[in-house]
Design a protein around this ligand. Structure first.
Ligand SMILES: NC(=O)c1ccc[n+]([C@@H]2O[C@H](COP(=O)([O-])OP(=O)(O)OC[C@H]3O[C@@H](n4cnc5c(N)ncnc54)[C@H](OP(=O)(O)O)[C@@H]3O)[C@@H](O)[C@H]2O)c1
Length: 255
């Protein structure tokens, strides 16, 4: 089988799996963080789990860039910049900012995360720096409204995600491991603005690249984070009797 055929199977297969996983995640909440559970087998510490889950996004995407001949056209460099802006932080800075104490993560979850990020980095990187062909993102793409609108949406989502995570990561004083009600920023409107920002980012990336792998990644992100946001929201309401009643779970004013 040649690579384009393998790639096509993988891309459509990933969409089918995302469509199956999405409903399942309304019933099974991935057991890490506040939803930690003992029944998921051997575990690794949280920081190692995050490094393992997120590193392929950086490394596989760079590998695709390298295999694609390190293209220096502006669109390729812009895609590389946007992707790595998010993932260098997520893989190599975020894990050292978390204050989870002795909390651990099942190896099964870290492994699933590893598979998920490897797949998405390959599908997007290989498309953008190779399989799309040399003319797909030629110089004219930079003046296409889809490019700069998508990039602007991505950057807005990145800012929301960063601000939301920053607020969460500053709730605990050194040594604390419990939970508090987050306030300020988009927490005025929703319980999980970090997930909301992340979804906006990858919708922006899909528009910016106007590609099926970009769309597949945005759908995967929604499939992962929408059910988890609903679980977080329910958890906050059960745990804190004074939790703000007007706050939605994920999308301001809607959901
Ligand atoms: N693209 C994707 O599919 C995907 C999937 C998963 C995550 N992500 C991204 O990865 C980042 C982290 O995700 P996550 O699921 O770990 O988010 P999270 O549940 O909101 O937790 C983020 C961090 O803040 C701490 N925290 C959360 N709520 C807190 C509170 N009320 N009081 C004190 N500390 C609190 C958590 O500690 P504990 O660990 O102790 O709970 C954790 O260290 C997010 O930006 C998310 O968008 C992306």
């Amino acid at each position: 089988m040649d690579e384009p055929t393998f790639y096509r199977y993988l891309l459509w297969g990933s969409l089918v799996v995302a469509a199956l996983i999405f409903p399942a995640l309304f019933f099974i909440t991935a057991p890490y963080g506040r939803h930690e559970a003992k029944s998921w087998g051997p575990t690794v510490d949280n920081r190692t789990g995050w490094l393992l889950m997120e590193s392929p996004s950086v490394l596989v995407f760079f590998a695709c860039f390298y295999v694609g001949g390190c293209p220096t056209d502006p669109a390729s460099l812009a895609f590389l910049f946007l992707w790595q802006l998010h993932y260098v932080h997520r893989a190599y800075i975020f894990p050292f900012r978390i204050k989870s104490g002795p909390k651990r993560m099942p190896i099964a979850i870290a492994g699933a995360g590893f598979a998920f990020t490897s797949l998405n980095a390959y599908l997007n990187g290989r498309w953008l720096f190779g399989l799309a062909g040399p003319d797909r993102y030629a110089a004219a793409w930079l003046s296409d409204p889809r490019f700069f609108l998508g990039a602007a949406i991505f950057l807005a989502g990145f800012a929301i995600n960063q601000q939301a995570d920053w607020i969460l990561l500053h709730l605990r004083k050194p040594g604390e491991t419990g939970y508090k009600i987050p306030r300020g920023g988009f927490y005025r409107w929703v319980s999980c603005p970090n997930y909301f920002g992340e979804i906006i980012e990858w919708i922006g990336f899909a528009i910016c690249t106007w590609s099926l792998p970009g769309l597949a990644f945005a759908l995967w992100t929604i499939a992962n984070l929408l059910p988890r946001a609903l679980s977080h929201h329910r958890w906050y309401r059960e745990k804190f009797p004074d939790y703000p009643t007007e706050r939605k779970a994920l999308v301001p004013g809607l959901l």
